[in-house]
Unconditional design. Structure first.
Length: 209
């Protein structure tokens, strides 16, 4: 190993050791938070960016292409991760919007079902009320017709009764008149008989004298 290479290797190793040492607290937090191995975790992304800047600065100062390449790779990785995060954020936003739209539509559908059920119940109540009104009116008409028929029947029976009473009275009058005529005839016959007896008596008396 040449002196130039060795002189670059020491800072490179020191830089790596420093970065590993600096990451120890973050690694502990990752284990506690359950984010170990999650490259898209924001603190991990922030430290990755810090590592890239440190490697870029040290690589620039030492003109160490290996550190500069490592910094470029870290930055490319960060760019991809940030893009993935952005895409994930957009996807999450779309999922939330979709959920909200779905929830809104479900609520609207539930409201429409409720309104339809209320309208159906109202229609059913209206139909039942109309049917009850029609039945009540039909009963009223039937009762009125029955009362009218009964009144007509009563009037007819009353007329018949009057006619029968008039006929009976007429018959009684005729019978009375016949009886009176018969009595007059009897009386006349009796008068004739009395006259006849008187005449006969007078004739007998004349004969005797």
């Amino acid at each position: 190993m040449s002196m130039t290479t060795y002189s670059k290797e020491i800072p490179r190793l020191a830089t790596g050791a420093y970065l590993r040492l600096a990451r120890l607290p973050l690694s502990a937090v990752e284990r506690v938070a359950g984010q170990r191995g999650n490259d898209q975790w924001r603190p991990a992304l922030a430290f990755e960016d810090f590592e890239a800047r440190v490697e870029a600065v040290v690589g620039s100062v030492l003109r160490d292409e290996s550190l500069q390449d490592s910094a470029k790779l870290r930055r490319a990785k960060l760019a991809q991760l940030k893009q993935a995060n952005n895409l994930e954020a957009v996807a999450e936003q779309k999922r939330r919007q979709a959920d909200e739209t779905f929830q809104t539509r479900r609520e609207q559908a539930a409201l429409k079902r409720t309104q339809a059920a209320e309208r159906a119940a109202k229609r059913e109540a209206d139909l039942e009320r109309d049917a009850a009104d029609k039945e009540r009116k039909a009963k009223q008409r039937a009762a009125k017709k029955s009362a009218t028929a009964e009144a007509a029947k009563a009037r007819q029976e009353e007329v018949i009764d009057r006619q029968e009473r008039a006929a009976k009275l007429s018959a009684l009058d005729v019978e009375a008149e016949a009886l009176a005529t018969a009595k007059e005839a009897v009386d006349a016959q009796e008068t004739v008989e009395v006259i006849d007896e008187t005449i006969e008596g007078q004739q007998e008396a004349r004969k005797s004298s």
